[in-house]
Design a binder for this molecule. Sequence first.
Ligand SMILES: [Zn+2]
Length: 350
Amino acid sequence: MPTPADMNPDDLARYSRQVRFDRIGEAGQARLLGARVAIVGCGALGSVAADQLVRAGVGMLRLIDRDFIELSNLQRQTLYDETDLADGLPKALAAARKLARINSSIQLDPQVGDVSAGTIERLCGGCDLLLDATDNLETRYLLNDFAVARGVPWVYGGCVAAEGVVLGVLPGKGPCLRCTWPEPPVSASLPTCETAGVLGPAAAIVASLQVIEALKILVGREDELAGLLAVDAWTGRLRQLMVRSGGRSAECPCCVGREFPFLRGHRGSATTVLCGRNAVQVRPATDQPIDLPTLARRLPGDASPRLSTHLLRFAVGGLTVTVFPDGRAIVQGTSDPAVARSTVARYVGA
Ligand SMILES: [Zn+2]
């Protein structure tokens, strides 16, 4: 583990205000400089969390996102600007480009990919902490399975409209996601960014609370975690629903029963309706890369395929299809998984 003796004068100057905060100090800063963190999702929560962790000096930050930048992201996804939108970059790469200008001493590892049961080991393995910045419950239950099975801490965060929830999970020591909510709620019963919208300042508050919990874990102050936090940014109400390690369930199927159905791939689907958009992601059954130039040549000319280094986009039947090198496709113009799946099967292959 790195010690204060490993810090150079530049580190001491850059992080001086954080080091002066007595809960971190030089010893905590040295631990941060040696820490490896993965952020799962580079949207609103991920933008704020990545910015803060890079400025705080975590040694390595992996940026995982499956999507590209859209105009409606700029209202709250603070790492991106109009130039990134015009460049048509995947979010993970645009985020890394911006973050490298903020702190060039941090090792950044952008990964354009979808976290699924088949990819989570490759995408999230080898880290000291996972920070959830996804927009869907399926991925969160998968992250919880993975983190508890491997004994890796993770910080859950969710935000819709002006409200949000945060929970730092210490496997085996405090409550996990399924201690609190044993089964994922039926998606249709919950408000989403699509139905209820989301405020940029609310997302920034939720992500900031997540980063505070992450910092406690990374500097070795796990016993100071706040428990389950619920915030309403509009009314200004912040509630602490469980105190510290309280709230663990003796019947938890995950951290007590050691059942990991999401990690084993028994749960979870190949298509995902994307929150806040008229779009569906179709995920291939295997984790095989796809040759985009070959696919582009195979497409009909009236699909007007446009190929860049990182993705292939074409239009068919009023739908826009974006294909990534990892074989995933996002079909815009429909929220019907069956339509998306059949379009992808027809033009990209099953
Ligand atoms: Zn549990």
